[in-house]
Design a protein around this ligand. Structure first.
Ligand code: CDT
Length: 312
């Protein structure tokens, strides 16, 4: 029996520093409508989709706060939520989140929200691997000061029942780390949604620049294959405030093959109908974790080695 789901990678071109949030939401709504018109039930937007990629500057607390959302949906983003519900389309959206916890402590996270077709929030994922640097490194032509702005998400990688399958999320640099996929893989993930902003110039080692597209495909295709899951990777690409970023948004099958891909560096929708049951060809054969990884067996070995920290 097939569990078909039509998904869209809603790639964005640059967002200018002074572009009003309302104009960005107009673009998101246009992408959402186009994806819905092409039969999409789930639309995936990029990391930090509502603003320019502000970590390229080193800003003080007052300047940075305008890039953060204190509520989601908020006054400007409610229009996107309303339109998605009206169209019966779910979506995933990356944004900078200012979160006040139950103890009144404020946290800054790089966050992606997942919203079902009826408008209910399924989950929030907060980026785990925060790349770049903490201080202002003036030798760089532009900053990548994510570590100045965001603390790592405390909840790790989860999966949620939504859209007829088990769905997980990751954000940009998370996609380069094998455990991102494996932690979700061991929870049975069938569809991983990933937004990214990847500058084509990497100051610490520019010889990697020419390989940006190759590495992007390498990690998402192998993450999909080695865990028997679909992966949707969605860029904010093009030249934004003088910095060129990778586009090449794509949808990967559990075979590691690309089933749909954006061809421009601007606002563009790539759509694919995927069968979530196709994951079973991999999860129940080569990558049958229960059979071949034997989680219980490994737990017993670990305990026998005394690898657990001794009780106080
Ligand atoms: N946004 C993000 O995580 N970008 C990083 C850039 C490289 S680290 C400076 C990435 O892994 O694509």
């Amino acid at each position: 029996m097939a569990r078909n789901l039509t998904v869209a990678a809603a790639q964005m071109g640059p967002v200018a520093k002074d572009e009003p949030k309302a104009a960005v939401v107009d673009r998101l709504v246009a992408l959402l409508r186009e994806a819905a018109g092409r039969g999409s039930e789930l639309v995936v937007f990029p990391e930090l989709a509502l603003t320019t990629f502000f970590p390229r500057w080193f800003l003080d607390d007052d300047e940075m706060l305008r890039y953060f959302e204190t509520e989601m949906p908020g006054p400007e983003t409610k229009r996107l939520f309303d339109e998605a519900k009206r169209l019966g389309v779910g979506f995933s959206l990356g944004f900078a989140e200012l979160h006040t916890d139950d103890d009144g402590v404020t946290h800054r996270y790089n966050t992606q929200v997942l919203v079902e077709r009826d408008g209910t929030e399924v989950a929030r994922f907060r980026k785990v691997h925060i790349p770049g640097h903490e201080g202002n490194e003036e030798w760089r032509p532009f900053q990548h000061a994510e570590r100045h702005y965001f603390e790592p998400g405390p909840d790790g990688f989860g999966v949620w029942w939504a859209f007829g399958g088990l769905v997980g999320m990751a954000i940009c640099n998370d996609r380069r780390w094998p455990e991102t996929y494996r932690v979700m893989g061991l929870q049975g993930v069938e569809l991983i949604l990933i937004g990214y902003n990847t500058p084509l110039f990497y100051a610490p080692d520019p010889q990697q620049d020419a390989l940006a597209g190759f590495h992007n495909d390498l990690v998402m295709a192998s993450g999909a294959y080695q865990n028997g899951t679909f992966v949707v990777g969605v860029a904010k690409g093009g030249i934004e405030e003088g910095v060129e970023s990778l586009a090449q948004s794509a949808i990967y099958a559990p075979s590691g093959q690309v089933v749909a891909r954006c061809v421009t560096t601007g606002d563009e929708v790539a759509v694919a109908t995927i069968d979530l049951d196709f994951t079973r060809f991999y999860k129940e054969t080569l990558f049958d974790f229960d059979r071949y990884r034997m989680p219980e067996h490994y737990r017993l070995i670990t305990e026998r080695r005394g690898a657990e920290p001794p009780a106080e």
